[in-house]
Design a protein around this ligand. Structure first.
Ligand code: SR1
Ligand code: MG
Length: 402
């Protein structure tokens, strides 16, 4: 990567201009670095007088959120651009189009989605997205089924696993999601008002055994090409459109890791509205919409995944009556467990979520954070009793009432 250097806004304009077919000759272009995530530079290049431009996303050789002391592989840009192209074929219209990937600069040129907003921001503003659940169910069913052993030739699938080996990004997740929040790690950062609750988690060996099992599943179960970081900051939305972005953590892992990430972030929003929304009727209506969204995502996923299974699975053992149902129950249970870990990490560990962080009063925030911790722990501890998604949403309602 000898040509690699982080682009300036001016260089990003020059770069965009040099790509044939994107802009007309002599177009007046503006460039703005708009990255607000944890890791990368994101340039929005616009032509004066035209609504849509392009996005240039460039990986930095370190984690932006921490600084140069946390070096990071630039190969994540390759993983991201390749995963986006796989997902575009499998879940048409649900990811941004990739126009170009430049390995030397670790740079991907992609569709401008600045007419969308980050889902997390919409959730904080109590917006509802009527197509979101249906779109996500489709995204999950198709990307997870068509990259799994249930569809891909067994030998070819192992090549896919190799192509999407993503050890450094997985290492981040192994640390930040599955290890650090459960002991007094330096990376942790939490509201001092919840220290007693957090210390109880650190002492809870039964809970930590469950998390250890989920960590092992994350590290060893190469079921499908998962997005790997499917929180609500990785989804852009309008009223009618949903686009999944940022698959730089993609790797072959357990299907429930993606589903669980979505559930976790919808539930973090649920907990945060205890602090954001004063009017009880409005709050409950919104929280119910979040729970319905979880149910619709799961039910849609299950239905579409089952239909794909019935159409495409040929292996005699997988066609044994009842095995598909057994497999999907395991995915549901894994999803709940991973969701729980992802809730705990966002309250205790590095990289908190704006849903909770934007609750200004620390005492009010602590109430919402404790609710998130209680829901997260229940999902981890009770996951193996789950048979239907309605049980999970009932737990949430019951815990919120306590
Ligand atoms: C150092 S990266 C922190 C977090 O940001 C990403 O979105 C992932 O969730 C990661 O764990
Ligand atoms: Mg990201």
């Amino acid at each position: 990567m000898s040509n690699y250097h982080p682009l300036t806004e001016a260089e990003a304009v020059q770069y965009a201009r040099s790509i044939p077919g994107l802009f007309s000759d002599g177009a007046v272009l503006t460039s703005r670095e708009i990255g607000d995530g944890n890791l990368n530079l994101v340039f929005h290049i616009r032509e004066e007088g035209r609504e849509k431009g392009v996005i240039l996303k460039q990986a930095l050789p370190y984690a932006r959120v921490v600084g140069e002391s946390w070096p990071l592989t630039l190969d994540r840009a390759r993983i991201e651009s390749e995963a986006l192209q796989v997902q575009a074929k499998l879940a048409e219209g649900l990811v941004p189009r990739v126009y170009k990937y430049d390995p030397d600069l670790a740079l991907t040129v992609m569709e401008d989605l600045t007419d969308h907003i980050v889902m997390r921001k919409g959730l904080i503003a109590r917006q509802q997205y009527p197509y979101f659940a249906e779109h996500m169910a489709r995204f999950l069913a198709r990307t997870l089924f068509f990259t799994s052993d249930f569809y891909v030739d067994r030998q070819e699938k192992k090549e896919w696993v190799r192509r999407f080996l993503n050890p450094q990004m997985c290492d981040i997740t192994e640390g930040l999601v599955f290890t650090d929040p459960y002991y007094d790690a330096e990376t942790n950062s939490f509201n001092p008002l919840i220290r007693t609750e957090v210390e109880a988690i650190w002492r809870d060996d039964a809970l930590k055994r469950e998390i250890a099992e989920l960590k092992e599943a994350f590290m060893t179960q190469a079921q499908a090409l998962v997005h790997g970081d499917l929180h609500t900051g990785s989804v852009m939305v309008t009223e009618t459109s949903t686009k999944v972005i940022d698959p730089e953590f993609a790797y072959y892992g357990p299907m429930g890791f993606d589903i669980g990430a979505l559930f976790a972030n919808l539930l973090l929003s649920y907990a945060s509205h205890e602090g954001h929304t004063a009017d009880e009727e409005i709050r409950i209506a919104y929280q119910e919409w979040l729970l319905e969204t979880i149910e619709t995502i799961w039910n849609g996923f299950e239905e579409q995944f089952s239909a794909l299974w019935q159409e495409h699975v040929t292996d005699e053992m997988w066609r044994v009556p009842g095995y598909r149902e057994r497999f999907l129950t395991r995915v549901l249970q894994d999803s709940a467990g991973f969701a729980g870990c992802k809730m705990l990490r966002r309250v205790i560990g590095l990289a908190p979520v704006a849903d909770l962080e934007t609750i200004e009063d620390p005492q009010v925030r602590a109430e919402a954070e404790m609710l998130a911790l209680h829901i997260g722990q229940a999902l981890i501890n009770r996951r193996k009793t789950l048979e239907k998604i309605g049980q999970l949403t009932a737990w949430v309602r019951e815990i919120a009432k306590e």
